[in-house]
Write a protein that binds this ligand. Structure first.
Ligand code: PLP
Length: 334
């Protein structure tokens, strides 16, 4: 089977860079949704906790249950809202309030311009009123930026909207709630952090997705993907490899089969514009469910050691490359 190496030193390095921005480890909430972006939910929870992180963000209740021993507090982004002593739940709409279990701790998501989730600023008073009526405990107010990773004024505009939301919450008499808006791109470009928390995902895993015009902090990829040799053979000139025989040997060649494929969550892409591995070997012919072919006979190969580079080849983003990797892939910490 293909396997993943998790570089603990790089993970801690990235967390250090973020802690320098926030001023302390306590203000970092590590985002572990979707199997920690493919890195392994429980493994990354354990490492984050070892580093000194006390808060996590996940998508579902069942994810939270798997990692609850590692954290003091877990924020759940999108699941049924129930009463729980160390979990808080996101309110994405007014309907969420009416369906929440009495006594639950909640964090109100405010729509400051992304128009995906959250309550509009002019409905904050109404939402807070309903939160009281339903006997929910408001512990946080949050938002999410749509363009933190782009040059231009959008991020500033949304930040300003969130400041207005904060004022409104304070006017309504809530002074103890925590405020948080930053994701990775946003904290990486932020010069004066003054909130209670950052929700950091991709940055902790080693990718700075800000474009080059920004003064970009270098981060270090945490994950690398490897595969083992299954078989080696000698091809004569003109012999073809794999489904459809898309690759034709231009000369006598030694080739090997490796145990990774789209069944592991690797993008099948196209055999006419083949993916080139971290060791600079183009994949020969079509990618099978569980196998690829490469020239040579190395025992092990590194498929990828930088998801941002891979994403550029595959026409996507680092998030998708790592998140697609299947949970079943064995992980080794180095
Ligand atoms: C996924 C997510 C994050 C983390 O975003 P990154 O860009 O990976 O840092 C933060 N906040 C919310 C609401 C999210 O859904």
């Amino acid at each position: 089977m293909a396997f993943i190496k998790i570089n603990k030193e790089n993970f801690f390095y990235n967390l250090n860079q973020i802690a320098l921005k926030t001023g302390s480890k306590e203000k970092i909430a590590i985002v572990l949704k979707d199997n920690a972006y493919g890195h392994g939910l429980v493994l990354m929870a354990k490492l984050a906790s070892e580093y000194g992180i006390t808060q996590a963000v996940v998508r579902t209740y069942s994810e939270a249950e798997k990692i609850e021993t590692f954290f003091e507090h877990i924020l759940i982004l999108g699941d049924r809202i129930i009463k729980h002593e160390s979990y808080t739940f996101t309110i994405n709409s007014l309907e969420d309030i009416t369906q929440a279990q009495s006594g639950a701790s909640v964090e109100l998501k405010v729509n400051t311009g992304m128009h995906r989730n959250g309550i509009p600023i002019d409905e904050i008073a109404l939402a807070v009123e309903q939160i009281k009526q339903h006997n929910l405990n408001l512990v946080g107010v949050m938002t999410h930026y749509r363009s933190a990773d782009e040059m231009g004024s959008e991020w500033f505009w949304q930040k300003k909207n969130f400041e207005a939301a904060k004022e409104k919450i304070k006017e309504l008499g809530y002074h103890g709630v925590r405020f948080h808006s930053h994701n990775s791109a946003s904290i990486l470009r932020c010069k004066s952090f003054d909130e209670d928390l950052v929700r950091v995902g991709i940055g902790a895993y080693g990718y700075n997705e800000l474009p080059t015009p920004f003064d970009r902090l270098a981060l270090k990829p945490v994950l690398s993907l490897h595969a083992k040799k299954v078989a080696t053979r000698l091809l004569q000139k003109g012999e073809r490899i794999g489904y459809g025989g898309d690759f034709v040997a231009p000369k006598e060649m030694q080739i090997s089969t490796y145990d990774i494929g789209y069944g592991d969550g690797w993008c099948r892409s196209s055999s006419t514009n083949p993916y080139i591995t971290a060791e600079n070997l183009p994949i020969l012919g079509r990618i099978s469910m569980d196998f690829i072919s490469l020239e040579g006979n190395k025992k092990e190969i590194c498929m990828m050691d930088d998801a941002q580079h891979a994403a550029r080849q595959l026409g996507t983003i680092s998030y998708e490359v790592t998140t697609a990797l299947q949970e079943k892939i064995e992980k080794i910490v180095i």
